[in-house]
Design a protein around this ligand. Structure first.
Ligand code: FES
Ligand SMILES: [Fe+2]
Length: 327
């Protein structure tokens, strides 16, 4: 299927660009699906525009916010929070042409991050399984935002890949002497897929603690993975929402939001988790091509560990991953 004939585009989904705290009155540039965006805050909230002034194409992110408007750095045209041009300083007494508008995008704030849809979204912002975000027994925190040199597809596959543990995370998330993978049942849903992997291996980086854990993987298409982790013999539950944002075709900003129903007592939790992610990054950034091949026939798949990845790739076959209509 040629990209133009594919029924969906990545620009029709919500993707995160930043934490809410990152957005201030100072305009900043972000990138999503290879589009440069400017994000800034006014009394009306957060606005995200194409980072381009309609007059001569200067980057609005080099401008400033004044009186609730973003002011272009080149000739001072002022755009309000909706994108309407409200002032052209060179001819203040003339009517402002109707076409004098910045290009605004849909913005939403959820789970502590700013989400943008470049086109009319065809799906809501990904849900949190079990409604943990509104469950009073759980706290949540934005754990990390990491930029990786890979595609959002490869990053997402890494988040649901169960057979790399003994090799990439030996003696931490997997036992190198037992790399065999039990079959799992894959459950297909309208919004994605989920599956459960019991009896998984976990050891702390300093090797002083260990546990048997069960992962429930929930994959909301296209790029949100939710890892729900329960521990044998404990009521403590940790759940991580991993959202891979396709900043560029070969560059991804990965957001992790951690939900817990207990007070974390492991002083090394942050450094241990970052250590594991760094092990992943090195391998995932080595993958060529950086993007998931357009056809399932490319690369090889083995059924047990790759079942979820095969389903994801089938879904991706109907999506233009370059991601943009003419906008
Ligand atoms: S390019 Fe922005 S005001 Fe001229
Ligand atoms: Fe990993």
């Amino acid at each position: 299927m040629s990209p133009a004939s594919k029924p969906k585009r990545l620009s029709q989904f919500w993707h995160p660009i930043a934490s809410i705290e990152e957005i201030s009155e100072q305009p900043q540039r972000f990138t999503l699906l290879d589009q440069n965006l400017v994000a800034f805050r006014t009394d009306a909230g957060i606005s995200v525009f194409k980072d381009l002034c309609i007059h001569r194409g200067a980057a609005l992110s080099l401008g400033e916010v004044r009186n609730g408007c973003i002011v272009c750095p080149y000739h001072g045209w002022e755009y309000d929070a909706t994108g309407a041009c409200v002032k052209i300083p060179a001819q203040p007494d003339k009517p402002i042409p109707a076409a004098a508008r910045a290009i605004p995008y849909r913005v939403a704030e959820k789970y502590g991050v700013v989400w943008v849809a470049l086109e009319e979204p065809i799906q809501d912002i990904p849900h949190i399984p079990l409604d943990l975000d509104t469950d009073p027994d759980y706290t949540s925190e934005l754990f990390s935002i990491l930029d990786w040199n890979t595609s959002a597809g490869r990053s997402t596959e890494n988040s649901m890949d169960v057979s790399h543990f003994p090799f990439v995370h030996p003696n931490l998330l997997g036992d190198p002497d037992h790399p065999e993978q039990e079959p799992y049942d894959l459950h297909a849903e309208d919004w994605g897929q989920w599956f459960v992997v019991p009896n998984a291996f976990w050891r702390s980086v300093d090797q002083t603690q260990n546990a048997i854990i069960t992962y429930t993987y929930t994959h909301v298409y296209p790029f949100t993975m939710h890892l729900h982790v329960t521990t044998e013999g404990s009521d403590d539950i940790i759940s991580v929402m991993v959202i891979a944002s396709p900043t560029e075709a070969k560059r991804t900003r990965v957001f992790r939001i951690v939900f817990r129903n207990f007070v974390e007592t492991n002083p090394n939790f942050v450094s241990d988790y970052l250590h594991i992610l760094e092990q992943d990054r090195v391998v995932v950034e080595s993958i060529r091509p950086e993007e998931i091949p357009a056809s399932l026939k490319e690369e090889l798949h083995i059924k047990v560990p790759d079942l979820s990845s095969i389903a994801f790739r089938r879904w991706l076959e109907n999506v233009d991953t370059q991601g943009l209509a003419e906008i």
